[in-house]
Unconditional design. Structure first.
Ligand SMILES: Cc1cc2nc3c(=O)[nH]c(=O)nc-3n(C[C@H](O)[C@H](O)[C@H](O)COP(=O)(O)OP(=O)(O)OC[C@H]3O[C@@H](n4cnc5c(N)ncnc54)[C@H](O)[C@@H]3O)c2cc1C
Ligand SMILES: Cc1cc2nc3c(=O)[nH]c(=O)nc-3n(C[C@H](O)[C@H](O)[C@H](O)COP(=O)(O)O)c2cc1C
Ligand code: SF4
Length: 638
């Protein structure tokens, strides 16, 4: 594609950037538990910097001990400068400019995590946390302003080229800006002028410490998308005050914990999600504007700049999925970019405390070597099953020079992900499948569809190595009446909701049960999810679970937990709840009772073939991430 703007040089204050791409702050949880920079932190930022973005922003670091979350970064004391200087050095070694983001979580954390009382402008809890914070005294407010400025000076002393204040997403600074979370009656609350005072004082104090030439970037939510929060009109008023206070660039994100999907726009939101918020703010300020939010292709990035909506584009998850995003644009290899599909598995891993990882980039997390070195001995390899595990294994093995044949019993590639991608809110998974297809073709994998492999076939082919990625099958529970005609499998209903009647009971409240209920409710049906356990959607990553449960509630899906199944009758499902028999009336019963590994072939061949491996759901049913990671880990070593 012809790109004129995105690769042109740009300036933020006195800082010249090679191109218009910025890697925004993305918390990784790679730091040590006590907030110190780890080797993984340094390695990560150097890897991202090697991809050629103009500016790399290091994730939010707390400016005060009370904001320290386990495995988050801590820049609240001078002793942290040394660790941070190693990150700055690593980024700059790659010829890229480096910024570091500063924050305090305010009320959007939990005292269980920080070991401190939560505090905020007012004693109002944030919904997903529900912990009532303490209202900050004026003395604490002034102390905190000093902490932000001191930490900014540390950013400079550590060798960074710029600092960014995190004034978005509902954290402490945003807490002051928002009329929804700031109900103070002193000079820090009330009018817009007053709500901006905390931010303005931080900027002024920082300027005194870092000098005129050191660029200060400021991130705000251009809209909070919460009831009684601020909208774009107030965001414009805030932007003007921040510009006047001396910031060098404004970075326009959106949302907070109660409008979570705006912070990390999922796959069913528009691309370039917040570009119009950036555009509105750009109209009224003179300083550069950075736009962020699903800018995951060079086309969208170029369009935002050409239309004058922003001066820079931040690509976050896009560079996690493919750290060489910018490099590939520079070398006219855009078609090789592994696209981020906004599945937010990275977010789920972060909130699950496991460190950021990505389905498109098995390297991320840096838990095992992913160096694709040529194999010392070229082998004849058969891979059975073309789900994500089989496809990823085939790609890596073929890239290393092996002779790889991939066999799939169905008529297309993708495995269970084809089903996962069917509901209207998960269409983004098709991009994942098509990028795997493209990579398999480029790597020279020999693909055989409509071929069910058995032990006879494998014996006849006599390969050196066999990798079984045979996935799973749907479990059919032993319930009286399961054979009745109105009992359907979730798999069939996801593909064709018209097979269901108007009143449906779904057996199983895991991933599949929750998703099929939304599909049914969306097509106008009454859906009730029943579950033996107590937690609906357990085992699903946190952000995905939140969105699913929210969607179910909004669409009127009913649920009943802690039941045991008695029998399926013509009238519906009979359950036992608290010792009482209950008939849940339904004209259709949908079975979503989980998956079981399909490893029959492995059982037959395990004592015959020396190099026989089992990967993905065929070992244990999990998610795409484990499938691609296991596949990579295995095949880099064969
Ligand atoms: C409804 C639903 C929604 C889901 N949503 C998500 C999600 O949003 N995110 C996520 O990360 N995970 C999701 N999952 C889980 C995810 O799909 C699986 O974890 C993942 O697909 C496992 O990959 P795999 O390659 O191990 O197995 P599979 O994807 O199951 O692939 C196995 C393949 O092997 C083939 N095969 C089997 N036996 C043979 C044989 N003998 N010969 C030839 N071919 C054979 C099968 O046809 C199949 O194509 C979802 C699962 C379901 C059921
Ligand atoms: C795992 C993860 C961690 C994040 N951590 C931060 C953070 O520390 N500070 C911040 O301002 N934004 C954070 N964000 C938001 C991103 O900077 C960015 O605004 C968001 O991902 C949308 O942009 P994208 O579509 O390019 O990813 C995080 C996003 C993700 C996915
Ligand atoms: S895990 Fe999903 S959302 Fe996160 S970077 Fe990778 S592809 Fe994008």
């Amino acid at each position: 594609m012809k790109v004129s703007k995105i690769l042109s040089k740009g300036k933020i204050g006195s800082l010249e950037l090679e191109n218009r791409f910025i890697f925004p702050a993305i918390d990784t949880s790679y730091a040590h538990r006590d907030g110190k920079v780890s080797e993984t932190t340094i390695k990560h930022y150097e890897r991202i910097a090697s991809g050629g973005a103009g500016l790399i922003t290091v994730e939010a670091a707390t400016v005060h001990k009370s904001g320290l979350i386990p495995k988050g970064l801590d820049l609240s004391t001078d002793s942290a400068i040394q660790g941070f200087s190693k990150i700055a050095e690593a980024i700059k070694r790659q010829g890229t400019k480096a910024a570091a983001q500063l924050f305090h979580p305010g009320r959007q954390t939990s005292s269980r995590h920080t070991g401190h009382t939560l505090f905020a402008p007012s004693a109002i809890p944030s919904k997903p946390v529900y912990e009532i914070p303490e209202e900050m005294t004026k003395a604490l407010i002034f102390e905190m302003i000093g902490c932000f400025a001191q930490a900014a000076l540390r950013v400079k002393l550590a060798g960074f080229d710029a600092v960014e204040f995190h004034g978005a997403h509902g954290y402490l600074i945003n807490g002051f800006l928002s009329p929804w979370s700031n109900k103070r009656e002193d000079e820090f609350g009330g009018t817009i002028e007053n709500r901006c005072k905390f931010a303005v004082e931080i900027i002024k104090k920082t300027r005194e410490l870092v000098g005129e030439d050191f660029p200060i970037l400021f991130r705000i939510s251009g809209h909070e998308y919460v009831f009684k929060g601020y909208d774009i009109e107030e965001a414009k008023a805030i932007a003007l005050r921040l510009e006047e206070a001396g910031v060098d660039a404004l970075h326009i994100s959106a949302g907070n914990y109660e409008s979570f999907e705006m912070m990390f726009p999922p796959m069913n939101t528009s691309t370039g999600t917040h570009q119009d918020l950036a555009k509105e703010i750009k109209k009224i300020v003179k300083i550069p504007i950075i736009s962020v939010g699903r800018i995951h292709t060079p086309e969208i990035a170029e369009q935002i700049l050409v239309e004058g909506k922003a001066d820079f584009v931040a690509v976050g998850r896009g560079m996690l999925a493919d750290p060489d995003f910018v490099k590939k644009i520079k070398s006219n290899q855009e078609e090789l970019i592994r696209p981020c599909i906004s599945c937010n598995i990275c977010v789920d891993k972060l909130y699950g405390g496991e460190g950021v990882q990505c389905i498109q980039n098995p390297e991320l997390g840096y838990k095992f070597s992913t160096d694709i070195l040529q194999a010392p001995l070229k082998k004849k390899m058969i891979i059975v099953g073309a789900g994500p595990a089989g496809m990823q294994a085939a790609i890596t093995a073929a890239e290393r020079g092996h002779d790889v044949s991939l066999y799939e019993q169905s008529d297309d590639l993708g495995g269970t992900v084809r089903l996962a991608a069917t509901p209207f809110f998960k269409k983004g998974y098709w991009n994942f499948i098509s990028s795997l297809k493209k990579r398999a073709e480029n790597a020279g994998v020999k693909i055989h569809l409509n071929t069910k492999v058995d032990h006879v076939f494998i014996r006849k082919e006599a390969p050196d190595t066999v990798i079984l990625a045979t996935g799973s099958t749907f479990r059919i529970p032993a319930i009286k009446g399961i054979d009745l005609n109105h009992v359907k499998m979730a798999e069939d209903i996801i593909k064709n909701p018209e097979l269901a009647g108007n009143e449906v009971v779904i057996i199983g409240g895991g991933w599949t049960g929750c998703e099929v209920s939304i599909v049914l409710a969306q097509s106008g049906r009454k859906a009730t999810v029943v579950k033996r356990g107590s937690i609906l959607g357990d085992g699903i990553g946190r952000s995905h679970r939140w969105s699913l449960l929210k969607e179910m509630e909004e669409r009127g899906v009913q649920n009943m937990t802690n039941v045991s199944y008695e029998e399926i009758s013509k009238e519906g499902l009979v359950v036992l709840l608290n010792g009482e028999r209950k008939l849940l009336k339904a004209d259709t019963i949908v079975i979503a009772a989980g998956l079981e590994s399909n490893n029959n072939l492995y059982s037959i061949l395990k004592n015959e073939i020396e190099e026989l491996y089992l990967i993905g759901d065929a070992i244990k049913t999990r998610t795409v991430l484990e499938a691609v990671q296991e596949a990579t880990k295995l095949t880099v070593g064969i």
